[in-house]
Design a binder for this molecule. Structure first.
Ligand code: CMP
Length: 507
């Protein structure tokens, strides 16, 4: 039967009938391909398929002179073709050109509303001129319908408008981490109705757009430098703040998730009842893993603090009834034990017997200093010497216009201040703290017995003292020499100038 049908068809009619199905197949194949590739041309191509389908039916109906639905189908085909062309042109202008020429993108919601408006106008025009439909009645009816639907869909429309506002204002983008109300999460989608976020607990929260526009949204990811993560930590009162700060900064520097620029910051925030409180601030770009990064840092801090003898104190509730004097005595014995350990390590005291060292250890005390502090000032009187337990100090002299000339830098186990203590002369130099320093301070009286009972100690100290004095004198001389040379070179410069001036005036 089909063979007869095609055999009887004239050549042109065969093409007319076959051309649309062929085009439908091509476009259908393209749409399957486009769906896989996520192309946005699916809708116009789909509309073209509808157009070709209605045209095929029209061709067949015309062939059999079946005219009942012909005008309706023609109207439909015109509508499909018009909508397809409109969508195709907007695709070229809005989706393709704007995106690929990197012009400011039009929000999806705005584009969709604009398109819907153009579609409605186009359909009304087609109805008016092709089907001679009375538009006034349609518009009146549609206005009534719109009012009814508008009232019914008040909330939905509110969300839609809020969605448009959010698209224009862009307080966040898909992929940003935001906080809204009690929720913190990553934006995974923004639709006409709501914004969807996924929390750290992997829960998806749909927040209606109109709620978001009415509230406050915190965006953690929009700043280029990243997000400032913070935590508080407390250490005991015996640990000098600068040492604690150094330990925390060293731990932060070792963590790859912490940005080095802007640099992390550690601030003392309060002196609490049993600890010194620090606020640690550092930049991270991986907000999603903030908790994990903080946990890593706090974990590493425990080990570093433990190694460096820094204590994280905790309130102890055990109540001891002790006399005030006993507390003082316990404290003293703790200090003298520590002092004895330090004294044993100092070269000049090595020849001393244990009981002599033990004797001094009960009289001395510890003092800690921070960088920049002056422990001893040149020219002042002084009757104490210091042993550096840890840290670094500069020995400096001033000579004429030269101030703070560094003669030497002393560190762990070395001592200073012995010159004035032993000779009674004013301090020969200024001692300034270079790094956090803990010293053991020995007063003249504490040393008196040792010096008289153990001449070898006096000898050892005087040897060092002599060497230092010699060195000091040399450096002072060299500074004087430099000054003299400076003065003579200034005089000779002036002389040259005077000569030059007078030779010019003679000429
Ligand atoms: P005193 O003079 O009491 O105070 C300053 C101290 O600086 C001094 O004792 C020495 O201990 C120390 N001092 C002076 N010159 C030197 C030097 N050349 N090298 C190391 N220390 C020094």
């Amino acid at each position: 039967m089909f063979e007869d049908f095609f055999a009887n068809l004239p050549h042109k009619e065969l093409i007319d009938i076959l051309i649309y199905p062929i085009l439908i197949i091509i476009m259908f194949a393209y749409n399957i391909y486009a769906r896989r590739k996520k192309h946005t041309l699916k809708l116009p191509v789909g509309l073209f398929i509808f157009y070709f389908a209605t045209m095929t039916v029209i061709q067949i109906l015309q062939k059999y002179e079946f005219t009942t639905f012909l005008s309706t189908l023609e109207l439909l085909s015109t509508i499909f073709l018009t909508l397809a062309v409109i969508r195709f042109i907007t695709f070229i202008l809005v989706d393709y050109l704007m995106r690929y020429k990197e012009l400011a993108p039009i929000p999806v919601i705005t584009r969709d509303i604009g398109l819907a408006f153009i579609y409605v106008v186009a359909i009304l025009i087609i109805l008016r001129y092709e089907a001679k439909v009375n538009l006034t009645s349609i518009i009146t009816t549609s206005a009534v319908v719109t009012a009814v639907i508008g009232l019914a869909l008040q909330d939905t429309l509110g969300n839609l408008i809020a969605g448009i506002v959010l698209q224009m204002e862009k307080p966040y983008n898909v992929g940003d981490w935001i906080h809204f109300d009690t929720y913190t999460g990553k934006v995974i989608g923004m639709s006409w109705k709501s914004t969807r976020i996924v929390t750290r607990e992997r829960e998806v929260v749909c927040i209606p757009n109109n709620l978001i526009t009415r509230g406050h949204v915190l965006n953690y990811t929009q700043m280029d430098a990243g997000h400032i993560a913070t935590f508080n930590i407390g250490t005991s009162y015996v640990d000098p703040p600068n040492r604690v700060r150094e330990a925390i900064l060293a731990t932060l520097a070792e963590n790859p998730a912490v940005s080095s620029s802007p640099a992390p910051d550690v601030r003392v925030t309060s002196y609490s009842d049993f600890y010194i409180n620090y606020l640690v601030r550092f930049y991270i770009t991986d907000f999603e893993n903030e908790d994990r990064i903080k946990s890593q840092i706090l974990n590493q801090l425990w080990y570093r603090f433990h190694r460096e003898g820094i204590t994280i104190p905790f309130p102890i509730r055990t109540i001891h009834h002790v006399k005030e004097e006993d507390v003082g005595a316990a404290e003293k014995s703790k200090t003298s034990k520590k002092a004895l350990a330090v004294l044993k390590r100092v070269d000049i005291f090595k020849p001393l017997p244990e009981n002599a060292l033990d004797n001094i250890s009960h009289r001395v005390g510890f003092q800690s200093f921070s960088p920049g502090e002056i422990i001893i000032r040149e020219g002042q009187a002084g009757q104490s010497m210091y042993i550096i337990v840890y840290g670094e100090c500069d020995i400096m002299i001033s000579r004429g216009s030269v101030t703070d000339h560094v003669v030497a830098t002393l560190s762990n186990g070395q001592f200073f201040g012995e010159m004035s203590l032993l000779t009674g002369e004013p301090r020969s130099a200024t001692v300034k703290v270079k790094k956090d320093t803990l010293c053991l301070k020995i007063e003249k009286n504490d040393l008196q017995d040792i010096i008289s009972g153990h001449p070898e100690v006096a000898e050892a100290i005087s040897e060092i003292l002599a060497k230092r004095k010699e060195d000091l004198e040399k450096q002072k001389e060299s500074l004087d020499e430099k000054k003299k040379r400076g003065d003579t070179s200034l005089a000779s410069q002036l002389l040259t100038k005077i000569k030059a001036f007078f030779s010019r005036s003679e000429a």
